[in-house]
Each structure stands twice: as C-alpha cells, then as structure tokens.
Design a protein around this ligand. Structure first.
Ligand code: SF4
Length: 540
C-alpha cells in the first residue's frame, strides 16, 4: 500500500477571469487567534445573487461573443451558420439594453458556493441567495419556469422561479467563491449520462462510443454549443456535477495531464479530435454547416475499476454563467460584455441568402399548405400574420378535450402553431422575450392533432422524431424550424401583437394569439415525408 498523500481532485491554476466590484455593505474583518475572519451580511449575499441573475440574463462573456463573431471570418462556414450567428449577435445587442432578457427561458437558478473556513455568515446562506434570486426574477422581465408538484400528477407554477439549486461546499481560507448559472430547460434536457463498460477505454473505442451520442443531441438546445464530455468519476453524481462545471468553462484551468493520485485533468487532444468530428456532421449552427459547436471540453476523472461513467452535455446559445468572489476587499462579479455591438459584422441578411419566400399567414390553412408544398425543405420562409402559441400544458389540455370527444378548437385548425412561452412583458412593450421552445416535446401529439385537423403547420426549434415526419406525410402537414435562441430580437422586431385566448391561469404556458411580421423560419419537414435533419443520421 502507498503512503497517505492528500491531493485535491480539482487543482486550479491561476484564475484569469476579469471581475468588477459590486457596491454592497462593507465586509467586516475580525481577528481570532491571529486569523482574519471576514463577516458578510445577509444584504450582501442577497444583492450578489440578484445582480448575478440580472447580469447573466442580459450579458454574455466576451469569449462567447468573439466565437460567434469569428464564424463570419471562416470561409468554410455555411451561409446558414452565418445567418444564425448574425441573428444571435443581434439578439445579444437587444438583450444588452437590459430590458428584454436574451432568451425567454430565463432558466433554473443554480448556485455553486465554495465557502472558506474563515468566512462567517450568521444566517442561512441558501435562504438569502434564494431571496436575491427571487428579487431578480420579480423586479426584472424574467420568466417563472419552476413547477411545484402538489401530487404526482398535479403541478403549479411557483411564480417566483424558486426553488433554486444551491450547493455550498466548505473549503479553506477567507474567500467565498461562487458560480451562478441560469440553465434553460432545453439546454438542461440535452444532458446525458451513460454507464459504459471499462472496455470502451481499454480498447480506445471512446470516440466511436460517443460519436452517435453527440450527434443525437440535435439542434433543440440552440447551437452552436459549448460541448462538455466527462469520462470517469468516483460516482455518477460526481461525473455529472463535473459536466455542468465543464460546460460553464469553470474547469478550464485545471491540469492538462493526470497523475497517479487521480487528479482531474483536461484532455486537449481529445477536445480537438471531437471538435473536428462535430464540424463534419454537417448539422452546423441549426440549419446545416460547420458550427454545431463553438468548442469542446473533455474532462477525465478517476474511476472505480468496474465502472466507466460518461456524460455529455452542453451550454446553449444562452451561455449564462458568471463567477463571483467575496473577500476582504469586497464583492466582485465577473465582468460580462455590456457592448456586444462591437462584434456585429457589417453584413446584411440579404447577403447570406438569395432564396427566401414571403408567406402571408392570414389566408386559409389549405392555401398556406399549398404554398409550402411547392417549396423544398431547407427553404427560408418569412412569415407575416397570425400564429397560435401553445406549448406543453396547452397541448395536454387540447388532448384532454379530444379524449372527452370534444372538438379540436378552430384556432388550432386555422392558424400555424408556434411552440413557445414568453418571458414577462416589460412596461411599455408589446411582449417579453419570445423565442421558440423545443419542438420534440410535442411530437407525441402531432398525429392525433393532425388527424383532427389541427397543427397542420408547426413552428418551433430543433429536430423531430419520425412520428412527426410520418404524420405530416399522412395528413399533409409541415414543420418549420425557427432559429433557437433569439427571444429578445424576435420580441423587439417581429412580434407585433399578443393576446391571451385560453388558459390565462397557466401563465407563460397559456394559449396566445400573436401577430408576427417578417418572422424567419426554415422548412424542416414537409408533406412528402422529407425531413431536413434525416440526412445527418440523428435518431430520436
Ligand atoms: S438558448 Fe435555447 S436552449 Fe438555451 S435557454 Fe434559450 S431556448 Fe433554451
């Protein structure tokens, strides 16, 4: 047996993050046994959480913006890659105005704290972090997305966006370090865990193993992605927590090599190999091209000899995370980019696509379908007119009506259905951020609804399963893909009227009638059984 030797699992090198000081109550310092103890007030913790969630809802990291902007300089990037990049940059600019959040799904609030043993808070830290989050969601135009289970099948929206996920760990020293994350549902849903057999690494079959798994993430979480992969781990939950941190770039400065004590490390070669692999998928930034990912992080962890946990996940188009530190000098939060306009290229939408078809949605559904039927999949369409907005719970309610032998509502037959749920409407505006949600969650309803004359044209984000392609072929339907991620831009420039028509008590899950102008989308599935994503071998 070897001698006892302690090493930290995660060994961080110098933190090069740029921080800015936050105005808060002064940090008090008390000396006990020659050690400086820092004393933090509840107001400070509350204010930090509030500011953190406001900031990540509106501003992005400079590096993320630089990566989007670099797509324009790449000759191998497709026009659709560039079109998505341009839309995301425009969206970042609208969001940076500080009124409309960058995405309508303002996420689950997640806080990781590392509290030094010389940091003193004379209260429950989780309570005051939660209070700050509550204030951020109450006082800003964010969306309440958390559902509380009353029983196994009955749920209500908490209307506070609480509870948050808060993990506070103990460490040494007199600093309190934080990572704040606002994780959207679509992004969280693209987190996968596998218990592989150790033979996968013994035979060096790892790339072969993860290739189809990465491809199957599809486009529902609004690529380009920051892709994370974690191989190994002392437990399943350790593996998955590491994954979250990897996608947040929190582990960027750990060692690049392992050692015999089992420290975690980044495998840069594998990161490059996997990044190259994703460029060749052809999926690109949502509608074909090279930019499925911005970058890849691969973290290798120690493991039990009989286990090989592997996880895969992403940080999405709304790359929302922020680090913070409280120390004796004060409270500091990561500096995000307040002026993303400097990353906007001098390029117009017209230069990126010669082919687009304007469609008036205020005409009978049969006519709309006839126009779409004459177009090829991947055609860019520009929509103007009425859309009905309905997502998960609304679909469940319509199904209940059909199950009770009631009729499909006319609005579901006469208008295209947009899967979405808006964020709060800011004072003086028509709507809050209002981008598409993941289409795949509504797949199981499509055959039934189309059979009853509804959902003939659907609009949302991401790829869909074969049952939708089959239903569209059988009933003459279409699925149009909207760019995922630009909720603020769509609210500001494309959505001109919003009216709640049923189930107002469901909040953002209510059924809405909206008027859109020049709303961009692509034909993804047509009435002949064609599916744009089929060619990439994504299976659901
Ligand atoms: S960018 Fe897309 S995946 Fe991310 S939170 Fe918004 S809708 Fe969800």
């Amino acid at each position: 047996m070897n001698k006892f030797k302690y090493e930290k699992l995660f060994q961080f090198n110098k933190d090069n993050t740029k921080y800015m000081k936050l105005k808060t109550d002064p940090i008090k310092i008390k000396k006990i046994d020659g050690k400086e103890i820092i004393i933090i007030t509840r107001n400070t913790i509350e204010k930090l959480a509030k500011e953190a969630f406001y900031n990540i809802s509106h501003y992005l990291r400079q590096d993320h913006l630089k990566q989007i902007s670099s797509i324009f300089k790449d000759k191998e990037a497709s026009n659709n890659d560039k079109y998505v990049a341009l839309t995301l940059l425009k969206n970042a600019n609208v969001a940076a105005g500080g009124v409309l959040p960058m995405c309508q799904d303002t996420g689950t609030a997640i806080v990781l704290g590392k509290k030094g043993n010389f940091v003193w808070t004379n209260f429950d830290d989780e309570e005051f972090l939660s209070k700050g989050i509550w204030k951020a969601f109450k006082e800003n135009n964010l969306r309440y997305s958390q559902l509380a289970p009353i029983s196994m099948f009955e749920e209500v929206n908490t209307k506070t966006n609480l509870p948050a996920q808060i993990d506070i760990m103990s460490t040494e020293g007199n600093e309190y370090n934080f990572l704040f994350v606002a994780k959207g549902g679509g992004s969280a849903n693209k987190t996968f865990f596998y218990q592989a057999t150790p033979s996968v690494i013994r035979t060096k079959n790892i790339i072969k193993f993860i290739d189809p798994l990465i491809k199957n993430i599809g486009t529902a979480a609004c690529p380009p992605y920051h892709l994370g992969i974690v191989i190994g781990g002392t437990s399943a939950e350790m593996n998955m927590k590491t994954l979250k941190l990897a996608t947040c770039k929190y582990l960027d400065n750990i060692p690049k090599k392992g050692n015999s004590s089992g420290r975690a490390f980044r495998d840069l070669n594998m990161e490059e190999e996997i990044f190259d692999m994703t460029k060749k998928y052809g999926i690109g930034a949502q509608f074909g091209g090279k930019y499925f990912c911005h970058d890849v992080r691969v973290i290798r962890l120690p493991r039990h000899g009989a286990s090989l946990p592997i996880s895969i996940g992403v940080s999405c188009g709304a790359d929302r995370q922020l680090k913070a530190i409280i120390n004796k000098k004060g409270v500091f939060i990561e500096k995000l980019e307040k002026d993303p306009s400097k990353y906007l290229p001098k390029i117009s939408v017209k230069e990126l696509s010669s082919e687009s078809v304007n469609i008036d949605l205020n005409q009978p559904m049969d006519k709309i379908c006839r126009i779409l039927s004459n177009l090829k999949i991947k055609t860019r369409v520009i929509l103007t007119g009425t859309l009905i907005v309905a997502r998960d719970i609304a679909h469940g309610k319509i199904k209940e009506k059909l199950d009770a032998k009631l009729k499909m509502p006319d609005y579901f037959k006469n208008h295209p259905i947009y899967y979405a749920g808006p964020a709060k409407t800011p004072k003086g505006l028509i709507t809050g951020s209002f981008g598409p949600t993941t289409a795949g969650r509504m797949d199981s309803y499509v055959d039934l609804f189309q059979k009853h004359g509804g959902s003939k044209v659907m609009l949302a984000k991401g790829n869909r399963s074969k049952q939708v392609t089959d239903a569209c072929k059988k009933y003459g339907g279409f699925y149009l893909g909207s760019i995922g991620g630009p909720g603020a831009e769509l609210a500001k420039n494309n959505i001109k009227n919003v009216e709640c028509i049923e189930y107002p008590e469901l909040g953002m899950e209510a059924i809405w009638k909206i008027h859109v102008e020049n709303f961009p989308a692509f034909i993804v599935i047509d009435d002949k059984g064609n599916d744009f994503f089929q060619s990439f071998g994504i299976s659901n």
